[in-house]
Design a protein around this ligand. Structure first.
Ligand code: APR
Ligand code: ZN
Ligand code: ZN
Length: 377
């Protein structure tokens, strides 16, 4: 391509400081260095984690280009990249896979030794520098993907090639939220036809977890949210019961234990709140309950448990990206969407041009959207 090896100037939504509205700027995107890939992003969607780090990030990490759910085409590859070529359809990954390390070779984790998800990284692993700049001044990266830019540079390990027939404006959702929700059920637990499940927080991640539980045939899927507007979609994707903690005098965990003869087999925290994590934990069966921590509470609050809480066998486990190995397993999830085995369309509540990105932030913060897909060109 004629841009190969050259700096590309393109539009990107730049966050100049915490809680400051994003500004569409002309940004210089430098060519990919060794083992890096430059991607033309065609679509991106806003995830709550972008909002969390935009609102709570420390000033030294700005200006920054957020975004980690996206899809597009390879524009050019750096030296040594052999599995990707210009024109390939791809999804960038906030959690990479080198394929060679002891963790990549383990079936029990999707975290690569070198490229595991790192919410605090702002520069490329190769040389500690950014590939974005404005007038010679660096602009920082986010979650190894920075998809709120028409072009972005990522490590070869942080991008996966997908079916070229897949609609990029839909499968961009698999870069984080929907994959996280489905995988948290299907990869992290043994939810099956006899299982009872409670899912706390019905944003995209929680609703995708409901979908995962439905796919695995769970007999009871209790969906919990303090916003009753979320219940309609929860039923569409498979919830058998929808409950609002605000409608009950008793604590919600007591309500759920009462509904399920002593507690659910599995609970999922998808709200990003430590108090909700406690509720999710207390909703499980005290002998065999498993709670999966999916949401991320931005506060420094601690989880408080006594040894007795765990003694009988109850467990809590965390997972990132639903324990999917991004490079090898996300393309399979794309195929599942193509075969109509998973639903993505339900999660797309809004579509907008990149220029309207601040509206997408407002909608998500107000609980009025699931995913807003933004068209980059
Ligand atoms: N109890 C139950 N549900 C709650 C509670 C609560 N106390 N507080 C908030 N919720 C619900 C919200 O009403 C909302 O429907 O949790 C849902 C969160 O959804 P989104 O904001 O759309 O977020 P989502 O993209 O699904 O991500 C969920 O995972 O990655 C993290 O940072 C992300 O913490 C966030 C979480
Ligand atoms: Zn690895
Ligand atoms: Zn995300």
């Amino acid at each position: 391509m004629d841009t190969d090896g050259k700096v590309i100037t393109c539009k990107a939504a730049v966050a100049w400081g915490p809680k400051e509205p994003l500004v569409i700027e002309d940004v210089q995107v430098h060519p990919p260095k060794k083992m890096e890939v430059r991607i033309k992003i065609t679509h991106t969607s806003l995830c709550h984690t972008d909002v969390t780090f935009w609102a709570n990030g420390d000033k030294s990490k700005f200006p920054r280009i957020f975004g980690h759910e996206g899809a597009g085409l390879v524009e050019s590859v750096g030296e040594g990249v052999i599995d990707l070529k210009p024109g390939d359809h791809v999804i960038p990954l906030s959690s990479g896979e080198c394929g060679d390390c002891v963790y990549c070779k383990s079936k029990d984790t999707n975290m690569c030794e070198k490229y595991k998800a790192d919410l605090f990284r702002t520069v490329m692993i190769n040389d500690g520098e950014t590939r974005f700049s404005i007038g010679g001044k660096p602009v920082y990266h986010f979650m190894m993907s920075s998809t709120f830019s028409q072009y972005t540079v990522v490590d070869y390990a942080c991008v996966t090639k997908i079916n070229p027939n897949a609609p990029l404006d839909k499968v961009c959702l698999l870069g984080c939220g929907v994959a996280t929700g489905i995988g948290s059920v299907c990869n992290v637990t043994d939810v099956g036809p006899q299982s009872t499940v409670a899912i706390f927080g019905l944003g995209t991640i929680g609703l995708a977890a409901v979908q995962g539980a439905k796919i695995n045939g769970a007999s009871r899927i209790i969906a919990v949210d303090i916003n009753p507007d979320k219940f309609e979609k929860a039923k569409v994707v498979g919830a058998t019961d929808c409950i609002n903690p605000k409608d009950h005098v008793k604590p919600i965990d007591e309500v759920i234990r009462g509904m399920t003869n002593g507690g659910v087999d599995y609970s999922f925290e998808c709200a990003g709140n430590v108090d909700v994590l406690h509720q999710a934990f207390a909703s499980t069966n005290e002998l065999l309950g498993l709670t999966v921590l999916v949401g991320l509470d931005p506060s420094p609050r601690k989880i408080s448990l006594t040894p007795l809480d765990l003694l009988y066998g109850r467990r809590i486990v965390g997972a990132i990206l639903g324990r999917y190995k991004g490079k090898t397993q996300l393309p399979e999830l794309v195929e599942k969407y193509m075969n109509k085995e998973i639903n993505l369309d339900t999660f797309i509540t809004h579509e907008k041009p990149l220029a309207d990105i601040n509206t997408a932030f407002d909608l998500l913060l107000a609980g009025k959207s699931l995913r807003c897909v933004m068209q980059m060109f």
